[in-house]
Structure formats: C-alpha cells, structure tokens
Design a binder for this molecule. Structure first.
Ligand SMILES: Nc1ncnc2c1ncn2[C@@H]1O[C@H](COP(=O)(O)OP(=O)(O)OP(=O)(O)O)[C@@H](O)[C@H]1O
Ligand SMILES: [Mg+2]
Length: 261
C-alpha cells in the first residue's frame, strides 16, 4: 500500500511523523522523501555507519532513469539504508531539481504503486493545487494530513480537504483522507473538535489520532539530539496510528490489487 503524508500549510510535523511512522511500520516499508520544497531526509538521516546519505541517489536518480527510458529500473537501486535499518528514497535539494523531476511524477507514482513486496510511506510536504507531487499524493491509497490544534490551521485544513474531494484524479477513486493531530498529550479536546468540524461540513476525512507534541524526541528524529527515542511520547503515540492508517488505505489498495490481478 501507498500512504502519503502532507500538510495544508505551515510546518506541523509531516516529515517527523512520516519518519517515525515508517520506522515503526510493522511490514517491510520504504520512506520516500517527495517534499518539493526540498527534502529533509538526506540532510537529517545518517547511514548505519554514521556517514551522510548521498543526495544524488533517490528521486533524482530514479527520475533520470525514467527519462532515459529505463521504466523498470528497480527501486532498490535508488534506495539508501539509514541508521535503524529503514530504507529511504532521498528527495531533491533545489527548486531546479524539483522542476526536473516533476514530469516523472506520474511514472514514479505508478512505479511506487507497483511495489508488491513492500509498503511505501511518502512525505509530500505542503500540498496544494500547484504542488508538483500532486499526482503522487492523489495516487496514494491513503492521504494523511498532519495539522496542529490551531483555529487557522483547522480552517486551512478544512479548505484543503474540500479541494481534495474535487481534485482531478490520476486513477479512479480518491485517496481516503485521514488527519493526524500533533498536539500536547494533555490536549483531550482538539481531536474531537476537529472531527465535529469535518462532520458538520460533511467533509470526507477522518481523524485518525494524535501524535504527541514532544520537542525533544522530535529533535532526536531530526538528528539534533542523540538519545534513545523508542520509549518517548512521540514514538509511543505514533505506534497506535499504524492500524488506523492501514485500515484507511486498505480499501483502495485492495481495489487496486483486484484490477491488477
Ligand atoms: N511531534 C512533534 N513534537 C514536537 N515537535 C515536533 C513534532 N513534530 C515535528 N516537530 C518540530 O516541528 C518542526 C517542523 O517539523 P517537520 O520538519 O517534521 O515539519 P514539516 O511539516 O515536515 O515541515 P516542512 O513543511 O517545513 O517540511 C521541527 O522543529 C520539528 O522538530
Ligand atoms: Mg517536511
């Protein structure tokens, strides 16, 4: 299955959530850094031997293969392993590179959807009508929007969900839209308020749960701090999200499996 994560606006924690989600994903998984504003994974993640990742190997090399007509270039050739064993497809570093890979997006989306042996978690960054990674986000089995509990953030999110429901699809159906709230663990009201807002406006999105606002653990994920993070509030709050995310994605993934069988 292909799960895309994105935000409507701001920097609510898409990259952090995507990295932790992929790290705790129970099946074989690849993390794809498709943020068109410039990928963070190649800058922040380290190889198992603590070396830096190669920023040229990832989306860029995959898109270059696609341009040369190597449609069946194995994804494995473009992946890099990070500390902890997670396989990542690194993103672009400059706006010029984003422009260069944009035409390859539909091919890239079908290549990632064609992965039989492993699931794919994609960081799509901020998602709007002009995003070059829109074909990838709309091809996903589930699209998870990350938001902070702020009035204006909820308003932007609402508009984005409304727009997504009518966005032109690259393949039949629409990705199921889920929402993850990054909030203080003591905040027990915002998720319910958001769910009410969506229900009141009959918007097709479900609130999947809450990721703990845990700045120290987020710093560890970003490589700014070194300490064990497995028992942090952040990681413990992301683990229970795996099941609802998989359930959300299951319907479209199963439909796709039936049509390709
Ligand atoms: N769960 C969290 N708890 C506390 N801080 C967090 C959490 N997630 C992210 N952050 C912090 O918020 C900032 C933005 O995080 P991140 O880069 O993950 O967001 P983003 O939505 O991917 O932003 P951008 O759109 O700029 O790529 C960072 O300083 C990060 O450490
Ligand atoms: Mg990001």
């Amino acid at each position: 299955m292909l799960v895309a994560l994105a935000s409507a606006k701001g920097a609510p924690g898409v990259t952090t959530t995507a990295r932790v989600l992929a790290a705790v994903w129970p099946q074989d998984v690849v993390l794809v850094d498709a943020d068109p504003a410039g990928g963070d994974v190649a800058l922040l993640a380290r190889r198992p031997d603590d070396g830096a990742l190669d920023p040229e190997r990832g989306l860029l090399s995959l898109a270059a293969d696609a341009r040369r007509g190597y449609v069946d270039s194995p994804l494995e050739d473009h992946l890099q392993q990070t500390e902890g064993g997670l396989d990542v497809l690194c993103g672009v570093s400059t706006p010029e590179q984003t422009a260069a890979i944009a035409p390859a997006m539909p091919a890239l989306a079908s290549g990632l959807l064609g992965q039989q042996a492993r699931d794919v978690v994609v960081d799509c960054g901020r998602l709007g009508p002009s995003s070059p990674v829109l074909p990838l986000a709309l091809a996903a089995d589930a699209l998870v929007l990350v938001v902070r509990p702020r009035l204006e953030a909820f308003a932007h999110l609402r508009e984005r969900v409304r727009w997504l429901a009518h966005a032109r699809q690259p393949r039949p159906g629409t990705p199921a839209v889920g929402i993850v709230l990054v909030a203080d663990t003591r905040d027990r009201g915002s998720a319910g308020e958001l769910a009410q807002l969506l229900a009141h406006e009959q918007l097709p999105a479900v609130v999947l749960g809450q990721v703990a606002d845990d700045p120290r653990a987020a710093d560890v994920v970003a490589g700014r701090l070194r300490r064990p993070v497995q028992r942090s509030l952040l990681v413990r709050s992301v683990r229970p999200l795996v099941e609802p995310v998989q359930q959300l994605a299951a319907h479209r993934a199963a439909g796709r499996a039936r049509t390709t069988a």
